[in-house]
Ligand binder design. Structure first.
Ligand code: B16
Ligand code: MG
Length: 221
């Protein structure tokens, strides 16, 4: 497993920020008179901020101009930042730290590949910014998942070829991005939703190095 890397999506894999995204979007939709449910929120997972806003406006059947869109996205993000600025290390999802530390001890590179522009703040708040060899996020990529750019960038940053990278993802768009990057993908969540992933676990607490090596042996990219 030397000369290989594991790339982790952030929201929904290492921390559960989906509820904060939901609360912030809900504040906006309440203000705009759009009926927005937790089920609708599922469609926003792994999707960039502006693309999420487009989906919400489509749900509400609202047409607004570009400057208004920017204003709405900023409002939502300010509320979201209020929530995440209060996050603590307790919010790291079970098993994540132990698994990442096991990988590092085995000399496997670990990186973040997230759509979120708030990645540095979240990693810093939960105290794990220093743990990663590289952080590729919404601040440095131009194309959103399912485009592979964020994972390709993460691989480049750790100096490992895409075919030697394993991505951990909770969103359908993220799984597609990993496959588009030519990487092995382990879905984190429901196997009914993450059908395209090579293997699915319900959380990183189900992962360890031995299991990863067994899964890798069975998969030909
Ligand atoms: P921000 P991930 C994604 O993060 C979230 O899943 C998605 O819901 C969010 O809209 C997106 O980041 C952008 O986040 O507004 O903070 O830039 O799952 O790719 O880690
Ligand atoms: Mg995610």
């Amino acid at each position: 497993m030397q000369s290989s890397a594991c790339i982790f999506d952030l929201d929904g894999v290492i921390v559960d920020t989906a509820r904060y995204h939901f609360l912030a979007w809900k504040r906006l939709t309440d203000q705009l008179g759009i009926h927005f449910t937790e089920e609708d929120n599922e469609r926003l997972k792994g999707v960039s901020r502006m693309a999420s806003l487009e989906i919400i406006l489509e749900i509400g059947n609202k047409k607004v101009d570009e400057s208004q869109k920017q204003e709405y996205a900023t409002l939502k993000n300010n509320w979201y930042i209020d929530y995440i600025s209060k996050m603590t290390p307790d919010e790291i999802l079970p098993g994540s730290l132990a698994f990442i530390k096991e990988l590092k001890n085995a000399n496997i590179r670990v990186a973040i590949g997230s759509a979120s522009k708030n990645t540095p703040m979240i990693l810093e708040r939960v105290g794990i910014l220093e743990l990663f060899d590289a952080v590729a996020d919404g601040n440095i990529v131009r194309k959103a998942k399912p485009d592979p750019e964020v994972f390709i960038k993460a691989a480049e940053m750790v100096g490992i070829k895409p075919g030697k990278c394993v991505v951990f993802e909770d969103a359908v768009a993220g799984v597609q991005a990993a496959l588009n990057a030519g990487m092995m993908c382990i879905g984190v969540g429901s196997s009914k939703i993450l059908k395209e992933a090579h293997f699915v676990v319900s959380g990183l607490n189900e992962m360890n190095l031995k299991k990863l090596m067994t899964i890798k042996k069975d998969i030909r990219l």
